[in-house]
Design a protein around this ligand. Sequence first.
Ligand code: GUN
Length: 288
Amino acid sequence: MTAQIIDGKAVAARMTAEIASDSAALQQATGIVPQLVAVLVGDDPASAVYVRNKQRACERAGLKSTLHRLPMETTEAQLLDLVMQLNSDSAVHGILVQLPLPKQSREQVSLDAVVPHKDVDCFHPHNVGLLVQGRPRFLPCTPAGCQRLLAEYKIETAGAHAVVLGRSEIVGKPMAMLLVQRGAVADATVTICHSRTRELASIVRQADILIAAVGQRRFVTADMVKPGAVVIDVGINRDGDQLVGDVDFEPVSQVASAITPVPGGVGPMTIATLLRNTLTAAQLSAGK
Ligand code: GUN
């Protein structure tokens, strides 16, 4: 079997066009131009690339994007001060504090400082709580991007066994939460595996849908994948000057029925969801 390639880049481009159209409609009706503000502390090269990609995507969707670059030695108090200013600026609809932060700033404290209705990463406990209860304000960017790919490729999730590899707050936990909910592109039986899971390979091998988010290059090998499974690879790892996922792509694509590539799979979908959340934040600010 050779797997169908799930083209995240193409789906994200369609989403971006939809967002551009909705954003233009909002602007025409209210004069509001949705604005995303990214805060980047320090000089982590990967973070700089991610933030630049997010800014470029904003431009493509007709959203305003602003970057605050702060030096590595910025204190937590200075960072919180900027977040507070952005919280109270009515022209700012979405705030994104790029992770990781330098060690003097506690990530939890800094993320919790973002007012919930501008928390377009969907990291604030208030937004996570709404998500868990099945009435989300914002969507968790990477998990919702994966879910949209499953929808676009008409992959049956109801009753399917979805195995989520990884229990991070950003991907693993919210991914499991989306798939287990009642409704479309959900209703799955979900297992979360992590570094302490016993017999991990044998559980992964039971997956009809496998979401790999462990952050270890080529962690998922072909012998861990059930023939015909759908494999969504969230990993972005460096291997020399190559970007590779958490899945050993070539051999696994001989076993799976569909698979996301890295790059060009989940990555663009994360950004497209961030844009959608920014537009949602602007619409909410306008009472729409
Ligand atoms: N760093 C890596 N992924 C993310 C993300 O989704 N949001 C933020 N704010 N920082 C990140």
